[in-house]
Design a protein around this ligand. Structure first.
Ligand code: ADP
Ligand code: ZN
Length: 563
């Protein structure tokens, strides 16, 4: 029944639907033609032969003659009548017996057969497929992830139950696809999950739990599952996931960390044991406008400035780099050192963050600020049914009055986090216009809108897709990486044998791989040595903490770790 319905549904989609309209117009034309013939038949019979027939008899005559059935029970006996009957027969042959079947075949039957033959979605990967990544669920995040996999030349397969989607992904985008239900163990087996390198579950929480259970009933391949609700993480582990990624919570955190304007400790993004990474706006520190050399941050606090951000551009700084007021410094050091910096930064300004959009990500950002604690005001046009803790100001944030009456003129930072990128661009532009010096952190739901958001005046843009994809890639490569931001990883490696005994300068790590050493942890020393000078000797047992792009990280392993 379901198959018949899905086949019938074919005729209601796309080109078939258009053709159905053509068929309808053509049939209307045939009906009108038959009616005209019936009227002419009656008129000719009466005028030429004096015989009277009903209108129904006229229709009956026209149809039997047009279909060349010609029972012969009603016939003309005059020349003009014969001519008329011949015209009706010929037009019947043309319109009913030639054009109609031809049209039916070319408009419906042929495309339908072609559609069935052209694509039977693959139902199984070839025997022997191994070391690939099986992806359940395709959206902006997995698409960005796939682009990264393609760039690294890693094989993958997408599993989708949707025939049309499968067709589009395989035909138009050249991906390897299995069409089938993700919770069907046969489909899991067909994707050669047992020999796969990793399984990514990126559907709704209940579906992901089901996928984990299905996969676990079949094999022990590691699974990374994204969860919408962080409270479901435990269940996901219980169902068999090895890595659970609470993406909305992480995104909320990244937005929140970057939105606050004061207090270095509020800006810790990630840590490696005692080594913390923090991103701090230059604005509000005494270093604004100074070069790194003049600022003497390292000498005063022990912290290393490992990068600077300005409007989405990350640079590894030199001693000549100027710390511009509207840029951010990425710092590495201990909690104590960050505290020292905080005390240097002078008086703390009162912070106030506006969060525009109280969806899952806005709510997660609010939770993060709550813990700091940093005061915030949420604005949303509707209730968030899954949050009972926060009371937002209700109203459309695109209307100036909504923000102003909520006290926007006192805001120090704003997090723009609605689910619509156009709205986010608008809100960014409007916030910049209303408050030229406010700190704006915006969320991009699609990667292609990142540039527009920077263009509109955002200080920092967090793209859901890129962050999700980078986290997935880190999980996949089992890297001991701290994900700092798109395109930049901080990762730890034990000192490769090839480098034992060399100085940092002689190791040529930066020229050969592009990575820089952020810190060195030496056995027996409790604090890592941040930004060790080039003459430092690398001794056996040390751990390197490096910064670089994901590609540079791969190069590092290829050059120094692998044979
Ligand atoms: P996510 O869960 O990914 O954060 P949601 O769709 O749940 O995404 O959340 C987006 C939130 O943004 C919704 O609560 C929606 O009401 C809110 N929103 C969208 N447009 C506006 C607007 N113009 N003004 C205020 N809130 C908005
Ligand atoms: Zn909330």
């Amino acid at each position: 029944m379901k198959t018949i319905a899905s086949e019938l549904a074919y005729f209601l989609r796309g080109r078939a639907r258009k053709n159905l309209k053509v068929l309808f117009i053509y049939c209307t034309f045939l009906v009108v033609l038959i009616l005209i013939y019936a009227v002419l038949f009656r008129a000719l019979m009466w005028n030429l032969e004096g015989r009277e027939f009903s209108f129904i008899a006229g229709i009956y005559w026209a149809i039997t003659v047009m279909t060349t059935l010609g029972f012969g029970d009603i016939t003309f006996h005059t020349d003009l009548g014969y001519v008329f009957a011949t015209v009706v027969t010929l037009s019947g042959v043309i319109f009913l017996l030639i054009i109609l079947p031809f049209g039916m075949i070319s408009l419906f039957l042929a495309p339908w057969i072609e559609d069935r033959l052209r694509y039977r979605p693959s139902s199984e990967l070839p025997e022997g497929t191994a070391d690939h990544i099986v992806i359940f669920g395709i959206n902006a995040i997995t698409r960005a992830f796939i682009r990264k996999l393609q760039a690294l030349g890693l094989p993958f397969v997408v599993v989708t139950p949707d025939h049309d989607e499968a067709m589009k992904l395989e035909d138009d985008e050249g991906m390897s696809v299995i069409c089938g239900s993700p919770t069907d163990v046969k489909v899991v087996a067909a994707a050669k999950s047992a020999s796969a390198r990793y399984i990514i579950a990126n559907l709704s929480d209940p579906e992901n739990v089901n996928i984990c259970l299905t996969v676990r009933s079949h094999c022990q391949t590691p699974i990374a599952a994204l969860v919408e609700d962080p409270e479901h993480a435990g269940l996901m582990h219980l169902a068999g996931a090895n890595q659970v990624i609470p993406l909305h919570k992480l995104l909320g955190r990244y937005l929140a960390v970057r939105s606050t304007t004061c207090g270095a400790l509020a800006h810790i993004l990630d840590s490696f044991g005692d080594l913390k990474f923090a991103e701090l706006p230059v604005h509000g520190t005494p270093f604004s406008g100074q070069t790194l050399q003049e600022a003497q941050i390292r000498q005063k606090t022990g912290l290393a400035v490992i990068g600077t951000w300005k409007r989405g551009k990350f640079t590894v700084p030199t001693s000549e780099t100027v710390l511009e007021d509207d840029s951010l410094m990425m710092l590495a050091g201990t909690r104590e050192q960050l505290k020292t910096l905080e005390s240097l930064s002078g008086k703390e300004e009162e912070d106030l963050i506006f969060i525009l959009g109280h969806g899952r990500i806005g709510c997660a950002a609010a939770r993060f600020l709550e813990h700091k604690p940093v005061p915030f005001i949420l604005v949303d046009q509707q209730e968030n049914p899954s949050c009972t803790e926060h009371i937002p100001i209700y109203g459309d944030a695109t209307i100036r009055h909504t923000l102003m009456s909520a006290g926007f003129e006192h805001a120090k930072g704003v997090i723009v986090t609605t689910n619509n990128d156009n709205t986010n661009v608008f809100l960014t532009l409007a916030s910049r216009h209303m408050r030229p010096h406010i700190r704006i952190v915006a969320r991009a739901n699609y990667e292609e809108n990142v540039d527009q958001l920077y263009e509109a005046g955002a200080d920092f843009v967090v793209s859901n897709a890129s962050v999700g994809a980078s986290i997935l890639l880190n999980v996949l490569e089992s890297r001991a990486s701290a994900f700092l931001t798109e395109g930049i990883n901080v990762f730890r490696r034990s000192l490769p044998e090839k480098l034992i005994g060399l100085t940092i300068a002689d190791s040529h790590i930066r020229p050969r791989t592009g990575c820089s050493i952020v810190a060195l942890s030496v056995a027996g020393e409790s604090d890592p040595r941040v930004s060790p000078p080039p003459e430092t000797h690398l001794e056996a047992g040390a751990n390197l903490i490096l910064i670089g792009t994901p590609e540079q990280e791969v190069t590092f392993d290829a050059v120094f770790v692998k044979d």
